[in-house]
Design a protein. Sequence first.
Lengths: 71, 520
Amino acid sequence: MNILKRIFRFYYEGFKSMTIGRTLWIIILIKLFVMFAVLKVFFFPNILKRNFKTDEERSKYVIEQLTTKPK
Amino acid sequence: MEHFDLSLVNWSRAQFALTAMYHWVFVPLTLGLAFIMAFMETLYYKTGDEEWKRITKFWMTLFGINFAIGVATGIILEFEFGTNWSNYSWFVGDIFGAPLAIEGIMAFFMESTFIAVMFFGWNKVSKKFHLISTWLVALGANLSALWILVANAWMQYPAGMYFNPDTARNEMHNFWEVLFSPVAINKFLHTISSGYVLAALFVVGISAWYLLKGRNVLLAKRSIIIASVFGLITSIFLALTGDGSAYQVAQKQPMKLAAMEGLYEGREGAPLVVIGALTPGKEYNDGKDPYLFRIQIPKLLSFLGYRSGDAFVPGVKDIVEGGYTYTDKDGNQKVALSAEQKIERGRIAIQALADYKNAKEKGDTIGMTYNRKLLDENFEYFGYGYLNDPKSIIPNIPLTFYSFHIMVGLGFLFIAFFILMLYLIYFKGYKINKWLLRLSILMVPLAYIASQAGWIVAEVGRQPWVIQDILPTVAAVSRIDASAVQVTFFLFFIIFTTLLIAELRIMFTQIKKGPKDGGK
């Protein structure tokens, strides 16, 4: 427990004493929010995961895609 | 190929290229600057000289800015795999997934843990532990790059796998063959050393600006020495690994080599074009001179590509039309098939996969065995089956040719630059002219240009393949609406440009401020 406390304090004090780092963390957090909460959710679904339940279905779909010409 | 939506393929490629190129703006500086910082801190540890600590902390701040802005930009590439390249993602299976997963875990645990110690740990952990953490950050960043580059190298030279027609996935049968494929090793070494050179030029460039301004002179002089020594060693290493990479390209991707050199008609004792301009609108079989002008070194391309000055180097026409003799990966002499013959074999493989699937659904074991055999026999040409025109196997030659020559030219310029800097430091007592200091600043954008040009050679030069000979871009792309890809292309353009502007603004502000506690 003591070790966990020390690690927490290490990070806490580190973040607290940041100057330029604060701006950078704001950029990182905004970036991660845009990437995961906006881009990933609204623009980048994993098509095979979303459209099919099992790997068997996914295999079948990909084989079909690879062996038939698009309409 | 006329059946495929080329607009979709091109927009998907453009989107991936845009994301990868922006991502690569941030990565190389991280790879190299981490080592430069580690060397500087080692000097602080050894000498106890506080000035070295101050210097290390200054470069660490710039490292932090670059790392923070660049971190996670690569994840967008993984989003694109799932959405825009879903056929590809499934088809490559665990071969691509395993290295990327290892990369993710290593990056998270090694980099994030030790980066915290590196930034927050001054005066809180022992000097020795801090130094070890800095070195581990450098090693961790480079090990992360290893896994990404192994995955990329596999696409250029698929090794250590077999195709499973039941799952439509390539499955890894030998992890070590994937990890230690000669293409992977050369690609890793060449790419990371390009990052080292870029970082060295970055440090020299900023230090030169300080010398021009007459500020932070001691920091600048010490930084220039460390970066120039590091830069000279790594730029020579870069040239050697470049030679190794080109040798692998000659063996495994002869079309890329032909495009890099604008070599349309193969010959024995082929020369290496040092500088040249290509004839616009040249077709592979029109008999026109490919070059408007060129300066070349006799026999050098044969020697670099095949380690013999008299070796035959196939040109674009030879590779399209086949009929020349080459040595395969098992060391056997073979006559090259024409693109048309390969297309035929590829179509047989695709049909065999379709028939295998049908036979399996009907429970026809004889049909399954027959088609499985047919598929295996022709699988090495599987991707050709998606092409309708033999000319489709030719990449964009001008883009590959000029990018290659820009990269190599700048690479040699960097070696000469570092030699000159070290000469002036050691023999002329730092009498660096103002023009050379200005040139040093100019070297920074040139380093980025060379670095990007290298990736253009690697990726444009291997078109039309996503996986060499096995899967072309037209078959790898998800059949989604092209307009959706266009929207996300521009969205990424805006996001990445904003990030880049943010990085440059914060970086420039920090450079202008200089080290926190002033300096000598």
